[in-house]
Write a protein that binds this ligand. Structure first.
Ligand SMILES: Cc1cc2nc3c(=O)[nH]c(=O)nc-3n(C[C@H](O)[C@H](O)[C@H](O)COP(=O)(O)OP(=O)(O)OC[C@H]3O[C@@H](n4cnc5c(N)ncnc54)[C@H](O)[C@@H]3O)c2cc1C
Length: 526
């Protein structure tokens, strides 16, 4: 049997695999991607993402191309109405999120994946194998051995240092990994209909109609597209609602007909809320839908998977470089699982609100929402566990676990978003002075080992001096509003720690070093 050797084998080639493949391939790692379908799966599922995800995607799609994929909804409201079209809940989308993109963005998943695929395919160390189903997985002492069945029926072995199952809801990798599942027992069928209207739609970018006669989501499907998600009622069958005639009847009240719109596709999906409790066993990990499922009312299923990829990529990179040992990979579950659980719980809050067919219960819900007698919609979670600066007492100037700020800057005569012109990875930023001037030699060596960058950001255009220029003044506003003078940013854009006194930056670096020391092979601070 033929054998092939890779650093990381990624099973499946959905959006999460594409993200992880790009991040690891960009670092030069030999990545083998194995997808059982013979060609790309071109049906849209996800339509919404937030600014954090757009920032992570900058690592897979150039910003100018990314921008063209979006219908931006920054500054708009996500409104929830009852059957009488009274407002029950209103969730604002930030005009510009902290990550440098509008707070909510709508897109067509196949168009996004096509761009992501282009990046992956162009990376010389990434090999994408379509029509390759992984049918066996065995963890060995120093590797994972996979059996891959080609479309022709021929089988071959893949020997990988690490394997990541990005193989979706019915994950083969998960089933071959000892695991337990927490199921929140939310299960509803929705008919998902994607249209291409011939004229520009006048409908709001997104709204929810909590009508017990037909709970319905009305949403943009990205530029030039619209989506409806109709709840399948208890007396209806999946087959019945999938008939084209039935679909046009459902769309009629929305003034969409075969004359003014093209029915791109329709499918019935079962929305679920669950997560796997163990995302890593030895050299095998799972990410994306393989690890968690969420009802799409917050537009966060794929988003959570993209966060998984960003979290795992920097840790695998350090392990593969031999700088940290495998223990760091345990922080993947430790950090991502609680964050994801809070996202799923928030989606469930919305799911339980809309998935009501009983008119009496719907009336009670309406009264409760209109009179304000409901628990508030939860705030979006931050990172609370793992590699974070948490020195015991809570400090107002320590933004550990929050997302870091990104905006436009000028650097070496190039103007663009920070990550595009300065770069990514561990970054220490201060508007007061270059933080490296405050660090001792061993701390500088430690940061060099992490490929970290120290940046002074200034409102004054001193480009020749190597400072990063805050061309819009937004960085200055951010540091002032939060009353901080320095921030240490992780490669997945979460804040490790921050301080209102730049001279304290060395103690935060020291804390990072001591946390990583637990997992260290060669990264050292003496
Ligand atoms: C109706 C609907 C609306 C949604 N809306 C949103 C939204 O607005 N925003 C959002 O963030 N998310 C949304 N989601 C969720 C989002 O679509 C998914 O979370 C995301 O697509 C999952 O990506 P993935 O890469 O984990 O898995 P998938 O895209 O499912 O990819 C898994 C791949 O693995 C392959 N595979 C499986 N087994 C094997 C094997 N043994 N060998 C080789 N290959 C294998 C499969 O063929 C598949 O291509 C929505 C989902 C639905 C259904």
């Amino acid at each position: 049997m033929k054998k092939e050797y890779v650093d990381v084998a990624i099973i499946g080639y959905g959006p999460i695999a594409k993200m992880l493949g790009s991040l690891l391939g960009n670092k030069g790692w030999k990545v083998g991607i194995y997808e059982k379908f013979v060609e790309p799966y071109c049906l849209p599922r996800a339509v919404a993402m937030d600014d954090e995800i757009a920032r992570i995607l900058q690592g897979a799609v150039p910003s100018d191309k990314l921008e063209k994929l979006f219908d931006a909804a920054g500054g708009e409201m996500y409104n929830w109405y009852n059957a009488e079209r009274e407002l029950l809940l209103s969730i604002p989308f930030e005009k510009e999120g902290v990550s440098g993109w509008p707070g909510e963005l709508f897109f067509n998943q196949p168009s996004l994946e096509k761009e992501m695929d282009q990046t992956c395919s162009n990376l010389s160390s990434v090999m994408i194998h379509y029509g390759n189903e992984v049918i066996d997985l065995k963890e060995k002492q120093e590797s994972v051995e996979l059996t891959v069945k080609e479309h022709s029926g021929e089988e071959r072995k893949v020997i990988a240092k690490y394997t990541v199952g990005c193989d979706g809801a019915n994950s083969f990798v998960r089933e071959n990994m000892e695991h337990t599942v927490t199921d929140l027992n939310f299960e509803y069928d929705f008919l998902v209909v994607d249209l291409i209207p011939k004229e520009k739609s006048e409908l709001p970018v997104i709204m929810q109609i909590c009508d017990p006669e037909r709970p319905t989501t009305v949403v943009s499907g990205g530029p030039g597209r619209r989506r409806w998600e109709f709840m399948v009622l208890p007396h209806e069958s999946k087959e019945e609602v999938s008939q084209e005639e039935y679909i046009w009847e459902l769309l009629e009240p929305w003034n969409h007909t075969p004359e003014n719109s093209i029915l791109e596709r329709s499918a019935v999906y079962t929305f679920k809320a669950l997560w796997v409790n163990e995302w890593r066993k030895g050299r095998v990990m799972i990410a994306g839908d393989a690890a968690h499922l969420t009802p799409p009312f917050m537009g966060q299923g794929m988003c959570s998977g993209i966060r998984d990829a960003a979290n795992l990529a920097w840790k695998l990179d350090l392990v593969l470089k031999g700088k940290l040992n495998e223990g760091i990979l345990d922080t993947f579950t430790e950090e991502r699982k609680p964050h994801n659980e809070k996202v799923v719980s928030a989606a469930l809050y919305l799911g339980e609100m809309i998935c009501v067919n009983d008119p009496k219960k719907a009336k009670e819900r309406d009264t409760a929402f209109i009179s304000g007698k409901v628990p508030p919609f939860p705030a979006f979670p931050i990172l609370t566990d793992g590699i974070l600066y948490q020195p015991g007492e809570e400090k107002k100037d320590n933004l550990a676990g929050q997302l870091s700020f990104q905006s436009k800057v000028k650097y070496h005569n190039k103007v663009g978003l920070f990550d595009d012109v300065v770069g990514t990875g561990w970054t220490i930023i201060s508007p007061v002075q270059n933080p490296r001037e405050l660090l001792n030699n061993s701390q500088l060596r430690f940061l060099k080992d992490l490929d970290a960058t120290c940046i002074e950001i200034s409102s004054v255009d001193e480009d020749g001096k190597g400072t990063v220029v805050d061309v819009t003044g937004k960085y200055s506003e951010y540091f002032e509003e939060n009353d901080i003078e320095a921030v240490i940013v992780r490669p997945d854009y979460y804040i490790f720690g921050s301080t209102s006194d730049v001279s304290k930056v060395s103690s935060i670096v020291e804390d990072l070093a001591s946390q990583l020391k637990k997992y260290m092979n060669t990264v050292t601070v003496q």
